[in-house]
Design a protein around this ligand. Structure first.
Ligand SMILES: Nc1nc2c(ncn2[C@@H]2O[C@H](COP(=O)(O)OP(=O)(O)OP(=O)(O)O)[C@@H](O)[C@H]2O)c(=O)[nH]1
Length: 353
């Protein structure tokens, strides 16, 4: 039974792997251009059947290209399949195996796996293999029906080989780019908070643990700031969650702008942020927190109706100690934050002993 959240099993196939359909369009353009070149080439070589086959091929690619534009991917793939299979078959039977038309069939192997479900791809692969082998065996027993001069045959072979090289290179480069981009996106999704772009709690914990290990070795000071927007619930209640989200984004931007590049900043909870400041004593961290607080106060916060809103932040500061772990350092900063709230908010408090 499928769960409401698991969409992929029910997702229409044409909507999956959108990049593949993009590259299929580009392949249609390239293949049609190659076929135009073939039309003239085979006329020159005195092989009119093969020349006119290319006119039909170009027409098929144009229809396939337009079908891809309308998301009729099944139709497009069928046309491309039919074109390559018939064209390669005719090329082989008319001028011989040595013309290199069989290489085009090999280009389908990666495309099969991307464009079909696994079971269908395996069946199509078996069919393709059988067709390839059958054509090879056939040409073992019969002579080409419309042979061309050996020099011309070599020219056609080199042309086909070069086209297949170029197309394979393009496809390989495309897949590499796609996989790299997907990896980058996954890493970003796994490490950052999607609303603010700051580190998420899990990744921050990992980074801070590493920072603290360094501290244990070299003894350089590390300070912790816990910052929490004041009366954020009231902002949500009065102006809506959308504005609340925008405030969170802007607060994150302001915190980032006021701290140094080497400081680690995360969205730690709903409207709570954690900043870890390497090589920083508690007094300097307090000054940084004050800078953030003042920048937030002086920022021109407006509701969609233009009304001015007061946004303030409270902060608690602690400094890492030799016998600390991450939790104990944060909970001292948390207690200081709690005091800021108790003492009227919009203020920075330091940890007490
Ligand atoms: N818009 C928006 N609101 C959020 C998000 N995450 C948490 N919140 C809201 O943040 C509010 C936090 O409220 P409280 O914990 O009561 O704190 P507060 O109103 O800021 O009060 P003090 O911290 O005591 O000043 C809740 O209403 C949450 O719904 C978010 O991603 N977007």
């Amino acid at each position: 039974m499928s769960h409401p959240g698991t969409t992929s099993a029910r997702e229409p196939f044409r909507e999956r792997r959108p990049q593949f359909w993009q590259v299929a369009k580009r392949c249609c353009q390239i293949a049609a251009s190659v076929d135009v070149a073939f039309f003239f080439l085979f006329h020159l070589l005195g092989s009119p059947i093969l020349a006119w086959v290319n006119v039909v091929s170009v027409a098929m690619y144009v229809v396939a290209y337009r079908a891809l534009g309308r998301q009729q991917n099944g139709l497009a793939i069928s046309l491309i399949w039919a074109e390559v299979i018939i064209h390669a078959g005719l090329g082989i039977v008319l001028i011989g195996w040595e013309g290199g038309f069989h290489y085009y069939l090999l280009m389908f192997i990666p495309a099969l796996f991307v464009s079909m479900r696994l079971r269908a791809a395996v069946i199509a692969l078996a069919g393709l293999w059988s067709y390839y082998v059958a054509l090879h065996l056939l040409m073992w027993f019969i002579e080409p029906l419309q042979p061309i001069a050996p020099g011309a045959l070599l020219g056609v072979y080199l042309f086909n080989l070069s086209v297949v090289f170029a197309m394979f290179s393009y496809l390989s480069f495309f897949y590499l780019t796609m996989v790299t981009a997907a990896n980058r996106k996954l890493r970003r999704m796994a490490t950052t908070d999607s609303l603010t772009g700051l580190f998420n709690r899990r990744h921050m914990t990992y980074l801070v643990e590493k920072e603290l290990a360094r501290f244990q070795r070299n003894g350089n000071p590390v300070a912790f700031l816990v910052l929490d927007i004041d009366h954020f619930k009231a902002i949500n209640d009065q102006y809506g969650h959308e504005l609340g989200d925008r405030v969170l984004e802007d607060v994150a931007g302001i915190i980032k702008a006021q701290l140094r590049t080497q400081d680690l900043i995360a969205r730690w909870g709903g409207e709570e942020f954690l900043a870890v400041l390497p090589d920083t004593r508690i007094q300097s961290a307090q000054a940084s927190a004050e800078r953030v607080r003042e920048a937030l106060m002086t920022h021109d916060w407006r509701a969609p109706n233009g009304e001015r809103i007061d946004i303030t932040i409270s902060a608690g500061v602690s400094e890492f100690r030799r016998d600390d772990d991450l939790n104990s350092a944060i909970s001292r900063a948390d207690r200081a934050l709690y005091r800021s709230k108790e003492r009227g908010r919009n203020r920075v408090e330091l940890e007490t002993v």
